[in-house]
Design a protein around this ligand. Structure first.
Ligand code: PEP
Ligand code: MG
Length: 575
């Protein structure tokens, strides 16, 4: 029996035999050619075949998985029609006089390197899409028989180096009980799809393919991020029990979809979801989120070569507001810079981008970009319950200036005869320690706060959130972080305002009891965390947690806090 650790990508337990997904051999000889036209025709044929495959996969995914997941294949089809991508390959054949295989490999590698060099996790994962698409084209050029995962017809656990989105879409959840991949993170498409297909998965295992043989018995523990190879009888029994418990728990959670989130002593807290694009809405609705606590609008600006127009933005915001049917929707203005780059803005490279010209700083300087977004938001405001939030505020002057620009645009629109809602709340992210420490000052000038712990932790602990070497300092439960969060909540409440949290910490089962006791009003998290969080909150008494949470502020270390929570509550991850 061997245990391999990885990243818990999709919750649940699966026990079945391993099926090693082997990569076909994509190697080929790089050749120079005389007849460039015939190479371009070969390329064209392979592209058409790849498009035909993807159209079929997309149609199948629409039926089996739903529109949201199928959108990935629409994106892949777009890549195959992208003039820069396809044109790049054609000119590569023309200019370098090489065979079509070399052109596909060289040009896709340029794109892959570009995406991989971005610090942003989401954009990094897009490299996987290019890799997936180019392999398909290469496969057709080489005449390879590509194995169909759709043909699997017995209970199986897939073990792969990487599982591409098209591999994932072919999985039939009836037979594929789980998967483990050597690479990937929580935001890989395969992980996202596994979550929506509810297939337990562990990714980033590094060594799964090297340590597992076809037919080995495997346990996937997608709750803890662990893969067990050739378990003994006792382990199988223990995990079967854990699986039953988890299945039981899911049935219980499902009953909560239309419920309010209420503590045992009758307090309501709002459980909202974070989204990146309007496509994420299906998950929000299916998981019974009570609102959207963070719409990261920067994704509207990414993966393209120019700024989105006011009209494009208006449509996206309107869609989200309408689909949420008057539930609260917090839309954050552009938070670009730092780890999220927009190549077409051609901003100078900075030594410390996380401490640099980003988010609200950039918007206040490039007001044309900011005003376009604000106009789109204001116009969309009549279609639902919109709240506007400014990111990366450090000073009251920035907040005042952003609010003044918003007021100016509102007035202009009204003078143009446009309808704008009169009840838009305006709030700010608390992600820079200056704003948490001086939250009492800021609270007088906003309608709400939302604590962005992803950044607040990195700035408070001076530990880059992307740097593995200092990841041990990235401590959500550190008393310093808890004290800052407490200050923010107290300051908001003193002014009669509400305080939310939209960083990852809001959906963390260890943090939830503490945050509840400190009086956090809104928790915004990934959609799939909403039901487990609702079930957890329903078992907690806010009144009883007050003292406990204050005690946590007085602990000496993050570890002591974690221990105290684990000792007092039964948690999912410690069952
Ligand atoms: C945060 O910083 O906690 C946050 C929610 O924003 P982002 O992760 O987009 O920086
Ligand atoms: Mg942030």
């Amino acid at each position: 029996m061997k245990q391999i650790s990885g990243i818990a990508a999709s919750a649940g337990i699966a026990i079945a035999k391993a099926y090693i997904l082997e990569e076909p051999d994509y190697s080929f000889e790089k050749k120079t050619v005389d007849n460039v036209e015939s190479e371009k025709t070969r390329l064209e044929t392979a592209l058409e075949k790849a498009k035909a495959d993807l159209t079929l996969i997309k149609e199948k995914a629409e039926v089996d998985l739903g529109e949201e997941e199928a959108a990935i294949f629409a994106a892949h089809l777009l890549v195959l029609s992208d003039p820069e991508f396809v044109g790049g390959m054609q000119s590569h054949i023309d200019n370098e006089k090489v065979n079509a295989e070399s052109a596909v490999q060289d040009v896709s590698q340029t794109f892959i390197t570009m995406f991989e060099s971005m610090d942003n996790e989401y954009m990094k994962e897009r490299a996987a899409d290019i890799r997936d698409v180019s392999k398909r084209v290469l496969g057709h050029l080489l005449g390879l028989q590509m194995k169909s995962l759709a043909a699997i017809d017995e209970a199986t656990i897939i073990i792969a180096k990487d599982l591409t989105p098209s591999d994932t879409a072919q999985l039939n959840p009836k037979f594929v009980k789980g998967f483990a991949a050597d690479i990937g993170g929580r935001t890989s498409h395969s992980a996202i799809m596994a979550r929506s297909m509810e297939i337990p998965a562990v990714v980033g295992t590094k060594e799964a393919t090297a340590s597992i043989n076809n037919g080995d018995t495997i346990i996937i523990d997608g709750l803890e991020g662990v893969v067990i190879v050739q378990p003994d009888e006792e382990a199988i029994r223990a995990f079967e029990q854990k699986k039953d418990q988890y299945e039981q728990q899911k049935l219980e959670w499902a009953k909560l979809v239309n419920e309010a989130t209420t503590t045992t002593d009758g307090h309501h807290v709002e459980l909202a979801a974070n989204i990146g694009t309007p496509e994420d809405l299906a998950g929000v609705i299916n998981n019974g989120a009570e609102g959207i606590g963070l719409y990261r609008t920067e994704f509207l600006y990414m993966g393209r070569d120019q700024l989105p127009t006011e009209e494009e933005q208006f449509k996206a915001y309107k869609t989200v507001l309408e689909k949420m049917e008057h539930k609260p929707v917090v839309i954050r203005t552009l938070d670009i810079g730092g780890d999220k780059e927009l190549p077409y803005l051609e901003l100078p490279k900075e030594l410390n981008p996380f401490l640099g010209f980003r988010a609200i700083r950039l918007c206040l300087e490039h007001q044309d970009i900011f005003r376009t977004q604000l106009r789109a938001l204001l116009r969309a405001s009549t279609f639902g319950n919109l709240k506007i939030m400014f990111p990366m505020i450090a000073t009251v002057e920035e907040l005042r200036q952003a609010k003044a620009i918003l007021a100016e645009e509102k007035e202009k629109l009204q003078n143009e005869g446009q309808q704008v809602s009169d009840s838009i709340e305006v709030g700010m992210m608390v992600e820079i320690p200056s704003t948490a420490v001086a939250a009492d000052i800021f609270a007088k000038e906003v309608d709400f706060f939302s604590v962005g712990t992803n950044d607040l932790i990195q700035y408070t602990m001076a530990a880059d959130r992307m740097n593995e070497q200092v990841s041990y300092l990235y401590q959500p439960y550190h008393p310093a972080i808890l004290r800052l969060v407490n200050m923010v909540i107290e300051a908001a409440h003193k002014e009669g305002k509400w305080a939310g949290m939209c960083g990852e910490m809001a959906g963390d089962e260890i943090a939830i009891p503490i945050l509840l006791g400190l009086g956090l009003d809104e928790f915004s998290m990934s959609a799939t965390s909403v039901l487990p969080a609702r079930s957890q909150v329903a078992k907690l008494s806010k009144q009883e947690l007050k003292t406990f949470s204050k005690e946590m502020l007085m602990k000496s270390t993050a570890e002591e806090v974690e221990e105290a929570v684990k000792n007092r509550f039964t948690l999912l991850t410690s069952q």
